[in-house]
Design a protein around this ligand. Structure first.
Ligand code: FAD
Length: 431
């Protein structure tokens, strides 16, 4: 095995594989180092995979990739203790080309994606931990692994080592993430027959749905819960900011049990057999937490760069896009024969011009606002449930009278000024 490559990619997740695929397609010598037994073994996702970003790498990938169901419906549920306010959008044309998104199992998908990288010439090394980057005169020139004589050298190292990114921390790109910069998510795969899933979720054969749940789904903490349909499994999970989990001293498994017991969720998961349990961190710091992305001989992509849009549940697409853009910068640097910060800076420029940074910038204040103002999750969601319950309960009280009572109750709890301020601040944070 050659010890010097054009590029070393650390981590065979969405970001690392996207970078490896692009670089090896252009003829660069690429090695991907993965600590798991195989690509995807350690990777966790709800998991909705977006067609458009994957297709920029592999056209018509859906014809051969291991996918679960094309998603035709996205539902949004606001849970109170016993009740739920629902909304959503369904369009069966999403079950046809060009598709919008699919549910996937990362264990299967990443393995397939890694095979595609190998077909392009990339070398994938599993069961190998990168312990540190080798730095010479301020420039990253390779990596040290836990294998005997396991040092490898390259012109560029792509750090795609996921949310913890110990390597980024070692290089001083970021500090230890604060508990409010990451969410802890737990999820289960529940097995059910295909037809039962389709009946329970009101789906045509083969089609899929996603449900995002707020409010009681996270016991009022800032975060979301989710239920996604796969072929013969339901993925159910819940994630909340680590700072809030710590403050409320909730055990993660309690969050999931609480969700599964909710009257709106219980019938969906009844009788299902748990087959997998996962726990993982999600970067939630957004725009304000993005670390240094480029330095001499090194670029950072995906979760390692905090590129997740928690509001829209988008992470895999940002990982793939950042991986692809980083690869293009490395290809450009190879053509020039320079690998310093300036030569690789087109990655940062292209990322800034892409939806990735634009979307993260748009929501840069949202997470902090939700965390600092508990009324959004703890007052307004129960209020929406209460208002609908009141208006939909037919009990001989006139609607006008109900409306009056509701207005009094809402304003009594929050006051007109607070309500107005909260609406304005939320509008400012998401406009
Ligand atoms: C519960 C949950 C649900 C989610 N749902 C969705 C969703 O529905 N849709 C969506 O788009 N996103 C979702 N996300 C986010 C999405 O999973 C991530 O944004 C995406 O996986 C990031 O890809 P990545 O390649 O940057 O990191 P990862 O996929 O985490 O890959 C990092 C890889 O690096 C390897 N690694 C780490 N350190 C080392 C080392 N030192 N040496 C060697 N290998 C190393 C790891 O084993 C891993 O394979 C979800 C995340 C979670 C936790």
């Amino acid at each position: 095995m050659p010890k010097k490559f054009d590029a070393i990619v650390v981590g065979a997740g969405m970001a690392g594989l996207a970078a490896a695929y692009k670089m090896s397609s252009e003829g660069l010598s690429v090695v991907v180092i993965e600590r798991g037994d195989y690509p995807g073994a350690k990777n966790v996702m709800g998991g909705v995979l977006y067609r458009s970003m994957m297709e920029e790498l592999i056209p018509e990938f859906w014809k051969e990739a291991p996918l679960q169901r094309p998603v035709v419906e996205q539902r949004f549920w606001m849970l109170d203790k016993q009740s739920v306010v629902t909304s959503g959008y369904k369009d069966e044309s999403w079950a046809e080309e060009p598709y919008n998104c699919f549910t996937v199992f990362r264990g299967e998908f990443d393995r397939w994606f890694a095979k595609k990288c190998e077909e392009k010439g990339a070398l994938i090394i599993n069961e190998t931990l990168v312990e540190s980057c080798i730095v010479d005169d301020g420039k990253v020139i390779g990596v040290q692994t836990n294998r005997p004589e396991g040092d490898l050298y390259a012109n560029v190292v792509v750090l795609a080592d996921g949310v913890n990114s110990l390597l980024g921390k070692q290089l001083g790109f970021h500090r230890e993430w604060e508990p409010q910069q990451v969410a802890l998510a737990v999820m289960e795969e529940l097995k059910l027959p295909e037809e039962v899933i389709e009946d329970r979720f009101n789906l045509e054969p083969g089609m899929g749905t996603t449900i995002e749940l707020f409010g009681q789904g996270t016991m009022g903490m800032v975060g979301t819960a989710f239920i996604y349909t796969n072929k013969q499994h339901i993925s159910i999970g819940v994630g909340a900011l680590l700072s809030q989990i710590r403050e409320k001293q909730v055990q993660p498994y309690q969050l999931l049990e609480n969700l599964k017991q909710h009257p709106a969720v219980r019938p969906l998961v009844r009788g299902a057999e748990p087959v997998e349990y996962y726990a993982h961190l999600i970067p939630e710091g957004g725009y304000n937490s993005i670390p240094k992305l480029v330095s001499d001989g090194v670029v950072v992509v995906g979760d390692a760069a905090q590129l997740v849009n928690g509001i829209h549940r988008e992470g895999s697409n940002m990982a793939m896009t950042s991986g692809r853009l980083a690869a293009e910068a490395v290809i450009h640097a190879c053509n020039m024969g320079h690998f310093d910060r300036d030569a690789l800076s087109s990655y940062e420029n292209e990322l800034n011009n892409s939806f990735v940074i634009k979307d993260l910038e748009k929501y840069k204040d949202a997470s902090h606002l939700l965390e600092s103002n508990p009324r959004y999750f703890n007052n307004y969601i129960p209020t929406a449930n209460m208002a609908l319950r009141e208006m939909l309960t037919v009990d001989g009280v006139s609607k006008k009278q109900k409306q009056k009572k509701l207005t009094k109750s809402i304003l009594g709890k929050n006051g007109l000024f607070t309500l107005g301020k909260d609406i304005y601040q939320m509008w400012k944070a998401v406009r």
